[in-house]
Design a protein around this ligand. Structure first.
Ligand code: PMP
Length: 286
């Protein structure tokens, strides 16, 4: 695989950054993941807009123009002949060659890394059969709207979910409401067929797939309720699902061992999943 590091295209084993890089030492870095379907980027302008926003919130400066970044994404897709998977972008505050908490001089350039990952996004067992989730305390920091690489809490949650025999975790805030999944947005569908998902704020990531899914559902005339919901409400839901750039739409069949509906992916979730797959395949820009 060929990857991009600070202006160069190199084989992955030759890609190097400093051990003093602030992304490595402090988690002082942001990232984005854009899905690739049929060799095309899905909803990339949304992901790049969020990258810009993350930069702005943290005073990070992208060392190249956005159109140059898009050219890098396309070049890696071409070189690596990626049909289905994702492109990962990471931007750290770079380094001035020491471990110092204060930001380096503005003259220090950010470290920019871009690589591709091959992965089946449409045809995989989680998309077909759904996933089981458990609820865990949301122990992350208070700015979950910024897509930072400090993902230890997410790693711990995934690991704990796995050790409990589940596929993923829904994270629960101190007031008992679910914020989102460990690396996805969380939705439930109530017995009236309304979609319920947490409103945007600082306590969750503003998912690009979440927004696309809500637009689709709205076009279908489905009632949307953007409000917090508790884990007890989720247990009673008719259906549930998650969204992210690397899963698109995955049905949730069990929450903390409570079976939703008949324990199979729900009909509304299925319909939304099919619609989203069609949009991702068709509306993807060249
Ligand atoms: N929430 C969290 C915590 C995430 O890590 C992700 C994906 N990285 C999402 C939501 C989904 O966002 P998107 O649809 O933009 O991939």
């Amino acid at each position: 695989r060929t990857v991009y590091v600070n202006g160069s295209y190199v084989a992955e084993q030759d890609a190097k950054i400093s051990i003093f890089d602030r992304g490595f030492l402090f988690g002082d870095a942001i990232y984005e993941v854009t899905a690739v379907l049929n060799g095309r980027l899905v909803d990339n302008p949304g992901h790049l807009a969020r990258l810009e926003r993350s930069c702005g919130e943290l005073g990070l400066v992208l060392p190249i123009r956005q159109d140059q970044l898009v050219a890098i994404q396309h070049k890696l897709i071409d070189i690596n002949q990626l049909q289905e998977g994702s492109v990962y972008i990471q931007l750290s505050r770079g380094t001035d060659g020491d471990r110092d908490f204060h930001f380096p001089q503005p003259s220090v350039q950010a470290t920019l890394v871009v690589f591709t990952q091959a992965r089946k996004l449409v045809d995989n067992s989680q998309a077909r059969n759904g996933i089981r989730v458990v609820t865990l305390d949301d122990i992350r920091w208070q700015r979950r709207d910024i897509k930072v690489v400090a993902l230890l809490a997410a790693c711990l949650a995934k690991q704990q979910a796995q050790s409990l025999g589940a596929d993923d975790a829904f994270l629960v805030a101190e007031d008992g409401t679910i914020t989102e999944g460990s690396s996805c947005n969380a939705f439930i569908i109530d017995k009236q067929g309304h979609i319920i998902t947490r409103p945007l704020g600082r306590d969750l990531l503003h998912g690009i797939t979440r927004r696309a899914l809500l637009e689709l559902a709205d076009q279908q005339g489905i009632v949307l309720e953007e409000r917090p919901f508790t884990r007890e409400e989720a247990y009673q839901a008719a259906e549930a699902f998650i969204t992210s750039a690397t899963s698109f739409v995955w049905p949730v069949t069990h929450i903390d061992g409570h079976r939703l509906g008949d324990g199979a992916p729900g009909p509304m979730t299925r319909r939304l999943q099919q619609l989203y797959h069609a949009v991702a395949a068709g509306a993807a820009e060249p």
